[in-house]
Unconditional design. Structure first.
Length: 181
């Protein structure tokens, strides 16, 4: 009996997820005991980093002298942090995404590119929830939420396993129900 390609994909995904090394990449005092080493960003962050500035030729656009979209974290992290909506925005409108990150950095005086990007991922995922959080932070009703905290290993593994199972089920339905009717 031969295996379907979706079963092979599921096995490969589970094997990859279970074989990754676990390390605490950010804060040794964080609540999450471990985080995946593949999500670690290198380099020290400078508090005196230059923020993006409005483009003199077009005041609606922002330019950054120190960072570019090549320094953004990979697309799969946007997917794991906030689901498919920020990923779709990032793929279909890369300039809109880049400008949103730079504008947030400029307006909030956020020197950390990863934090600005994580905030825009949260915004593209659920703008009303993100805006409510920021409004309550400004009023002092809630503490400042750090969107760029390390991904928790358990959440990543659960997302990969559930995503694989859903893709397998959809693939099986398409394979058996539509292609072989």
């Amino acid at each position: 009996m031969s295996r379907s390609p979706f079963a092979s994909l599921l096995c490969l995904t589970l094997l990859l997820a279970s074989s990754m090394a676990f390390t605490n990449t950010r804060n040794p005092h964080s609540r999450a005991p471990t985080s995946l080493a593949i999500f670690k960003r290198g380099g020290a962050k400078s508090a005196a980093a230059k923020l993006p500035k409005p483009d003199p030729a077009n005041p609606d656009r922002f330019v950054s002298t120190t960072s570019s979209s090549a320094e953004f974290y990979p697309e799969y992290i946007s997917l794991l942090r906030n689901g498919p909506l920020p990923l779709i925005t990032r793929i279909t409108s890369p300039d809109k995404y880049e400008q949103a990150v730079f504008k947030y950095q400029f307006e909030s005086k956020e020197s950390d590119l990863e934090e600005a990007q994580a905030n825009m991922d949260a915004f593209f995922s659920a703008p009303d929830v993100w805006a409510d959080q920021k409004m309550r932070e400004q009023k002092g009703e809630r503490e400042v939420f750090r969107y760029a905290k390390p991904l928790e290993t358990e959440k990543v593994l659960l997302s990969v396993i559930w995503g694989s199972a859903v893709l397998f089920a959809i693939g099986k339905i398409i394979w058996k129900g539509i292609l072989h009717f």
